[in-house]
Design a protein around this ligand. Structure first.
Ligand code: ATP
Ligand code: MG
Length: 419
């Protein structure tokens, strides 16, 4: 036998049983985005490597070890499969001058790529929904983002995700904090793991984001960022909190929250759950006022977040909000003439916006009826030689009450519609 070719490790097929959850999720998300005035931006999955190095930061997990980077054999350019969406979104906004008419509320969804060790909730191709508000500097947008997340969890039937919140201040505040942090970690050099040792001088804040259990005690006792905060960032942060309180969205302050990407300032937040094990962050974001300028645009404040679709779907499935999408009609037919007639009937029903699965097996009536039952369709339409000769059909309710009935197509449509 020929050797089978399998999917790339960590990159999953989404099979039909799963896909119906995805579709429910995506539809809910689209309506929710619309309700908040966010418009869609679709970016390519491939970008110049520099874009991510410059925005996410050189000394980060993503850029140091997770990017799928390769040289385009045809022209020698270094390209990278996008590990996240914010950088591409900002690149596109600048390239197309989208901020010229004013601030923009934008969103995207799609696959992201990171070369990580695959495990539950962590894949090499995974999906994010990203929301970015560009050109907005006020605390109302930060709060809007968190309030809209809270609403989405309700719409999806997800419970038990909690909001953690912190502020990173302005760049001077971060520089002060950074200096204190370097001092602290240097005093405890013996307790640092290899990653942390490497980062003490290059990116000490990132150490606070470490997932290594052995590092947690050291991190818990580290200096607090809040103590170095600048006044304006503090006022901004207070305003965000007060908007959240008046919207009735609970949150917990987490002074260790720094996020794994370099571009954040001021507000940062994560939605976390205890029910997904180590992969507990389902959504994360914050303010990135410097990024537009850093990528070559005119300075513009901005704020955004991204959620991990696989992790959210896992939570939805915990909550058992199954959403099977089934056809209205399963069309059972047997014999050549009946088959030809049934083919036309199926199209007529679809003309009336009914969904129809046409049985094409040529199997016995009995086995086709079994398939009809198993399909979850509300009705079976049965067409044999008799029906075909009379130009009619037999309508049999499967998931609804009612008698089996022989009738014309138009009447069947009314009955299926419940008229
Ligand atoms: P983690 O700490 O879990 O590695 P992160 O900080 O790297 O997450 P972000 O870059 O903030 O993640 O991405 C936003 C969200 O995307 C995460 O909260 C998570 O839900 C999801 N996510 C990130 N990486 C993966 C992955 N490899 N597989 C599945 N989902 C992921
Ligand atoms: Mg990560």
């Amino acid at each position: 036998m020929t050797e089978r070719i399998q999917a790339v490790r960590g990159m999953n097929d989404i099979l039909p049983d799963q896909a119906q959850w995805w579709e429910f999720f995506e539809e809910t998300v689209r309506n929710w985005l619309h309700d908040y005035g966010y418009r869609t931006l679709r970016m390519p999955v491939l970008e110049r490597t520099d874009l991510f190095v410059r925005s996410i930061g050189e000394v980060t997990d993503i850029v140091e070890k997770e990017m799928y980077t390769f040289v385009d054999q045809l022209n020698g350019e270094s390209l990278t499969l996008r590990p996240e969406g914010t950088a591409s979104c900002v690149r596109a906004v600048i390239e197309h001058n989208l901020l010229y008419p004013g601030p923009q509320r934008l969103s995207y969804m799609g696959p992201m790529f990171r070369h990580e060790r695959p495990q539950k909730g962590r894949y090499r191709q995974f999906h994010q929904v990203g929301v970015e508000a560009l050109g907005y500097g006020g605390p109302d947008i930060d709060a809007e983002h968190m309030v809209m997340c809270a609403r989405l969890w309700r719409l999806l039937g997800i419970e038990g995700v909690v909001l953690e919140l912190n502020t990173l201040g302005n760049s001077e505040a971060r520089a002060r904090f950074r200096a204190r942090l370097v001092g602290y970690f240097q005093q405890h050099e013996g307790e640092l793991d290899a990653d942390a040792k490497r980062r003490v001088l290059t990116n000490p804040l990132r150490i606070l984001d470490s997932k290594n259990p052995q590092m947690q005690a050291l991190i818990a006792a580290a200096p607090r960022m809040l103590d170095d905060m600048d006044d304006e960032s503090m006022r901004h942060f207070d305003a965000v909190q007060s908007l959240l309180r008046s919207a009735g969205v609970p949150f917990a302050l987490n002074t260790r929250l720094v996020r794994g990407l370099d571009y954040y300032n001021r507000t940062v937040f994560e939605w976390v759950t205890a029910s997904l094990g180590a992969q507990g962050t389902v959504c994360a974001g914050g303010r990135y006022d410097g990024l537009v300028e850093q990528i070559g645009g005119k300075p513009a404040p901005a704020c955004g977040f991204a959620m991990g679709v696989e992790r959210l779907l896992e939570l939805m499935q915990h909550a058992q909000r199954a959403v099977p999408r089934v056809a209205d009609v399963y069309l059972v037919n047997q014999g050549d003439a009946a088959g030809r007639f049934a083919f036309g009937v199926a199209e007529s029903l679809r003309d009336q916006h009914l969904s129809v699965v046409l049985d094409c097996s040529g199997a016995s009536f009995k086995s086709q009826m079994k398939k009809a039952d198993g399909s979850g369709a509300r009705y079976a339409v049965i067409i044999g030689e008799d029906e075909a000769a009379a130009g009619e059909l037999t309508l049999k309710p499967l998931r609804v009450n009612g008698e089996q009935k022989r009738c014309a197509v138009a009447q069947a449509v009314d009955l299926i519609r419940g008229k």
